[in-house]
Design a protein around this ligand. Structure first.
Ligand code: SF4
Ligand code: SF4
Ligand code: FES
Length: 996
């Protein structure tokens, strides 16, 4: 908003206004909240002016004006609170609407914004309902007359319970249109519309489908926007449809635990009803997902009345979640953040430490029920379990040396927990054998960014897409994997940004793209080098930027000379003219950004893929300015932070190489311990080292390599060979089933901590509910193990850990715990304690020698395992909108599990036709490493010759099939390409895979 102001008069008082402000906004700043129904005071909600609840009187104008729409002007004389005409008009609007509302105590939300507005106008609701006839009595036409529908159907009457997460009761709808704007303009999903005319008009989903059958992606934005409760979270209404949004006892601001977007949210928390049975009020028989049996009644599993760690009553639960105005989400959430909050309360939650019973084999036993772990484990006290956990590891270290141990940390834990975990491995275990899931998602991107730019983080936030003229999305599917970021890409496209999507598969965002190009799987380098060839041969590069900010351009130019569009077209499957068009659009844009995902990184040439993208940006000068930049969309909620904190085998915190004596000395001084100077092993290398007998003991914090590693038989075989495995987690995951000791750990809403999202925003999560039973925060568990390794750790709270981190990590300069408590989010790098962090970096120089970024030439290489006659189809893997990573949390969330309950292989209609398989019929997918059988699903955006399978389903674990071949630099496996054979299965066998 412009800084200049002008003056007008509001209710006789001079008030200032900014150009473009509405009278409603001016009044709000002056301390008056004018009644409003169809207007929502939140980012990106356009005023519509349809309800007329906000009328004001303007001197010299005959009719009243809607303050939510009317722009303030210099010298205007406005009467709001002092206008009798305005008050009468507002009351009239409310009275007419009240006549049509269900009675307050039978309304879907008796504490709705609507009733609050009625209260603010002191309307006598009972009297109004007495003397004013309802719409049904006033109007003859009905929806039935217009549509001829069967009104006996529940949803046809405006009551719709077809969705597992939301309830619809159009009796309470005032047709304010807010949900339409929420769906169409804010989240850009375009599912909700206003249908019909006059008295028959109504809100509809798609073509008046039941909500649960519509294309709704369950972001819940409409529920958050609806002022009446006509749209409500299902957890807030009873079976009669009566509800109350104020029934929560308290609320806590935090951050979403799922993806790297880092949406800020508010947990609304309620005391558990005493008669509540089983999982979220359901009878046990209704519970779905892995591990469903009741644990509360198990002997010895009695929870203390108050958690000794968080101090919250243990009988509380999260009732619902709302989006908060964070810098990466502006109140928006996706289905996981909004509705996937109940997994911490799943009956299979671990609540006491467990030790494996003697003589039982380790591994996946089809008879093992994660909710009944006492078949294979016995309960232990914390002291006994921690002693067993630590002594087993210590013995191996004493016998075989420090390098016999390794640790996998978690990108789902906090920064402080990541810091402590890598510190334990480095100072307690005595090696750098520490890694986490960054190795499986963006390690190659980070390797290329470190090499070429000197920094592994994004150069600009995804919000900068709104300022870009051209945005390239390559190898990513944000609508599925980063759904709230996708809403900004859609908005950018609607406002004129050219969205260019490059991917072997189609995706939902294609509908917003100026250009969507599908290329041959694994041929990224050929396509991108051909674009560089065009940019250089046509002189579209930025000569002065290259001269001032880069090195190595001549070598790059020489290397791409022969990679003309014509030469590369056959490799990448894109016509030369299209390659030229792509290159010209990107190079000639004033401001352009590139976003990428694991379609780029999860290849044996993943680092080369990222190098090409960096070269494109450097050649065109598309970094360091608003609306320009390079942005690998980070996966897990804290994969950026866990990497920054040093949970990587070759670097200390802030990416300081372990082999650099000077940098290492600083940490040796900070931690008062000598450190290993050789890089440790990565995730897949650790599995290999277990097989070869080098590594014999592991500590695994919240990771699930028995599901997430490639070639699972190999990985599970390794886990089974470990002489001592300690797992800390929420559930008896597939990995925990190999453990000697299982330590019950903390879910994100149960602890304080910071996380760093894909935009480099360090954000504070606050404990919202009690830890169940004897579960403990992960930082506490790590400290207890460290103490048993003889380390004198004495952290009383994560804020003390954060203070230590700030000493060792220059990236955290000017970010303190106290500041985060005040501001919730601070972007790094941050120049001062009272200044915001930098959304766009590297305007002047790069953090490399001489301040220059580097071009690294690349050559196209085939995938490690190209398709052939025996295995003619490309298998690719990834995530689904509803399920995160290995599904250990999302498959234990009722809403998410009900939306996507079973594994399916997605193929093109043509491919299914060729196989003679109808959608839903079973398929067997076979690679050189194994076979799985699962349901088929038709997906028109799939290319022929390719099959996509999500990796979260243990009953059809696709990582049994994936290729463990590694990128030589990032050491990331080739999850995105394995040669497979797809055949019709005689019978659908959705059984757990054979024990490794
Ligand atoms: S459902 Fe709610 S948000 Fe949508 S038009 Fe009706 S009252 Fe407004
Ligand atoms: S986009 Fe990511 S961070 Fe935001 S609500 Fe969804 S899963 Fe959570
Ligand atoms: S709030 Fe202004 S017209 Fe509805």
């Amino acid at each position: 908003m412009a800084s200049e102001t002008f003056t007008l008069t509001l209710d006789g008082v001079d008030v200032s206004a900014h150009p473009g402000e509405t009278l409603w906004q001016v009044a709000k700043r002056a301390g008056e909240t004018i009644p409003h129904l169809c207007f929502k005071d939140a980012p990106d909600y356009r005023a519509d002016g349809n309800c007329r609840a906000c009328m004001v009187e303007i001197e010299g104008e005959r009719v009243l004006a809607a303050s939510c729409l009317r722009e303030a002007a210099p010298g205007m004389v406005v009467k709001s609170a002092t206008s009798e005409r305005a008050r009468t008009s507002r009351e009239a609007v409310m009275e007419l609407l009240i006549a049509d509302q269900p009675a307050r105590d039978t309304s879907p939300d008796r504490s709705s914004h609507f009733w609050a507005m009625a209260d603010s106008l002191a309307i006598d609701v009972a009297a109004v309902r007495e003397w004013l006839p309802s719409r049904a009595a006033r109007h003859a036409p009905t929806v039935q007359h217009v549509t001829g529908r069967d009104e006996s159907l529940p949803h046809a009457q405006g009551h719709d319970q077809s969705h597992s997460a939301m309830r619809v009761n159009l009796d309470a709808c005032i047709e304010c249109n807010l949900c339409v704007r929420a769906c169409r303009e804010v989240q850009s999903n375009d599912v909700i519309g206003l249908a019909h005319r006059g008295a028959a008009s109504k809100i509809v989903f798609d073509f008046d489908d039941p909500m649960g059958d519509s294309t709704c992606v369950a972001c819940g934005e409409c529920v958050q926007a609806c002022p009446t409760g006509a749209l409500m979270p299902a957890t807030l209404v009873d079976h009669q449809g009566h509800g109350d949004s104020a029934q929560a006892d308290r609320k806590v601001d935090s951050v979403c635990p799922y993806c790297g977007v880092g949406c800020q949210l508010t947990y609304h928390i309620q005391q558990e009803p005493s008669d509540r049975k089983g999982f979220r009020g359901q009878s046990e028989g209704e519970v779905r997902g892995p591990g469903t049996a009741e644990v509360a009644s198990r002997e010895g599993f009695t929870a203390p009345s108050r958690s000794s760690v968080t101090g919250f009553p243990s009988q509380e639960r999260i009732l619902f979640v709302e989006g908060r105005n964070g810098p990466s989400n502006q109140n928006r959430l996706c289905v996981k953040g909004r509705f996937g909050f109940d997994y911490p309360g799943h009956p299979a939650r671990l609540t006491r430490p467990l030790i494996r019973k003697p003589g039982l084999p380790k591994g996946l036993d089809p008879d093992f029920d994660p909710a009944q772990p006492l078949t294979h484990f016995r309960e232990a006290s914390w002291d006994e379990a921690l002693d067993a956990a630590a002594s087993g590891l210590l013995e191996l270290k004493t016998t075989h040396g420090p390098k016999a141990l390794a640790g996998f940390g978690s990108a789902k834990c906090s920064n402080e927990e990541a810091w402590l975990f890598q510190k334990l491995v480095r100072t307690g275990f005595g090696s750098n054998n520490v890694d986490h899931c960054t190795r499986l998602c963006h390690a190659s991107s980070v390797a290329a960014l470190m090499e070429c730019l000197g920094s592994g983080a994004v150069t600009a936030s995804f919000m900068q897409a709104l300022k870009a003229d051209v945005v390239i999305l390559i190898g990513c599917n944000p609508a599925v994997n980063h759904p709230v970021a996708a809403t900004y890409f859609k908005q950018a496209a609607k406002h004129g940004t050219q969205l260019i999507i490059l991917d072997p598969r189609g995706q939902a965002l294609d509908a917003y793209a100026s250009l969507s190009v599908r290329f041959t799987p694994g041929a990224d380098v050929a396509l991108l080098n051909a674009m560089l060839n065009v940019i250089i041969s046509e002189g579209m590069y930025d000569e002065s930027y290259i001269a001032d900010h880069t090195e190595g351009f001549e070598a790059l130019a020489a290397s791409v000379t022969d990679m003309t569009p014509e030469a590369m077209s056959g490799l990448c499957g894109v016509a030369p003219a299209v390659i030229r068009d792509l290159a010209r659009r990107y190079a000639t844009a004033e401001r352009a950004m590139i976003f990428w995902g694991m379609g780029i990184s999860q290849h044996t040439h993943g680092t080369d893929n990222a190098r090409c993208l960096i070269s494109l940006a450097l050649a065109c000068g598309h970094t360091g300015r608003p609306g320009t930049g390079l942005h690998p969309l980070r996966g897990q909620n804290n994969v950026q932070g866990a990497s920054d904190a040093g949970m990587i085998p070759m670097v200390l915190p802030d990416y300081q190489p372990v082999g650099d004596a000077q940098l290492r000395a600083a940490f040796e001084e900070l931690w008062n311990t000598p450190l290993d100077d050789t890089p440790g092993l990565t995730v897949v290398e650790i599995m290999d080292a277990i097989h070869s007998g080098t590594i014999k003991g592991m500590l695994i914090q919240g990771e699930n390599p028995a599901m997430s590693d490639p070639d699972l038989n190999h990985a599970r075989g390794a886990l089974g060979k470990l002489e001592h495995l300690v797992v800390q987690d929420l559930f008896a995951t597939e990995t925990a089933q190999f453990a000697d000791v299982i330590l019950p750990a903390s879910a994100w809403p149960e602890k304080d901590g910071t996380v760093t999202n894909t935009n480099r925003q360090v954000q504070l999560g606050r404990a919202a509910v009690a830890l169940p039973g004897e579960a403990r925060p992960d930082w506490w568990i790590t400290q207890e193990i460290a103490r048993r390794f003889g380390l004198d750790w004495d952290y009383a709270h994560p804020r003390e850990v954060f203070a230590e981190m700030a000493h060792g990590m220059p990236s955290l300069a000017n970010i303190t715990w106290e500041r985060l408590e005040r501001e919730s989010s601070v972007t790094y790098p941050c120049p001062a304690e009272d200044a915001p962090g930098a959304d766009v970096v590297f305007s002047d120089a790069f953090p490399r020698a001489g301040g220059l970024a580097r071009f690294t030439p690349t050559r196209p290489l085939p995938p490690d395992e190209p398709i052939d006659g025996d295995f003619p189809t490309v298998l690719t893997t990834g995530r689904q909108l509803e399920h995160w990573h290995t599904g250990s949390m999302t498959r234990r969330s009722q809403v998410l599990d009900s939306l996507e309950p079973e594994a399916a292989a997605s193929l093109s209609p043509g491919e299914l036709n060729r196989l003679g398989v109808a959608p839903g019929e079973p398929l067997t997918i076979t690679t050189r490493r194994g076979a799985i059988t699962l349901k088929s699903r038709v997906d028109p955006v799939m290319p022929d010759g390719m099959v996509f399978i999500p990796f979260c389903y243990v009953e059809a674990a696709v990582n049994l099939l994936t290729n463990p071949a590694l990128d030589p630099y990032g050491k990331i496996p080739e999850f995105k390409y394995a040669a497979c054979r797809v055949t019709r299965a005689e019978k659908h066998t959705a059984e757990a895979p054979a024990q490794a």
